[in-house]
Design a protein around this ligand. Structure first.
Ligand code: DQA
Length: 147
């Protein structure tokens, strides 16, 4: 199985950015953590990050023929990008939305995701573990043959 993990704006600054909210680990740490988990479950993980909305949209479109699913942390685009929502809605791949912080325990504007309604679901507040939970969803789903 091949999974695409997409990270949106400012997530390249993990480790430096608001460590009290997002922790002290970097995006590279996240990638090694997920790749290691992937290896143990025979899942090939590709992780990408962009600060640009259009780039994320292109990656979503291109994923359709190359991956079995997408895990996306859209960063602040979560709360207002109808374009990313439409991109997710327009592909047949299952998509899981992940947030490092608990978006429901923060500012009002973070409580709404315009993307989550077109995803399988949203995982929020479990730090890097949330991505792992997203991966486990795909692994278990595959194992049970459910669609
Ligand atoms: C975030 C939450 C968003 O509200 C914020 O804009 C981010 C990170 C998270 O992972 O907790 O950039 O997606």
């Amino acid at each position: 199985m091949k999974l695409l993990i997409l990270n949106g704006p400012n997530l390249n600054r993990l480790g430096k950015r608001e460590p009290d909210v997002y922790g002290s680990k970097t995006l590279n740490d996240l990638e090694s953590f997920l790749k290691k988990h992937g290896e143990s479950a025979n899942v090939r993980v590709t992780m990408k990050q962009s600060n640009w909305e259009g780039q994320i949209i292109d990656w979503i479109h291109d994923a359709e023929n190359s991956y079995n699913g997408i895990i996306i942390n859209p960063g602040a685009f979560t709360h207002y990008s109808y374009a990313i929502r439409d991109a997710v809605a327009g592909i047949t791949l299952p998509v899981v939305e992940v947030h490092i912080s608990n978006v429901h325990a923060r500012e009002e504007f973070r409580k709404e995701s315009v993307i989550a309604p077109v995803c399988v679901g949203q995982i929020s507040g479990f730090g890097f573990e949330g991505y792992l939970m997203g991966m486990d969803y795909f692994i278990r789903r595959e194992g049970h043959g459910t669609d």
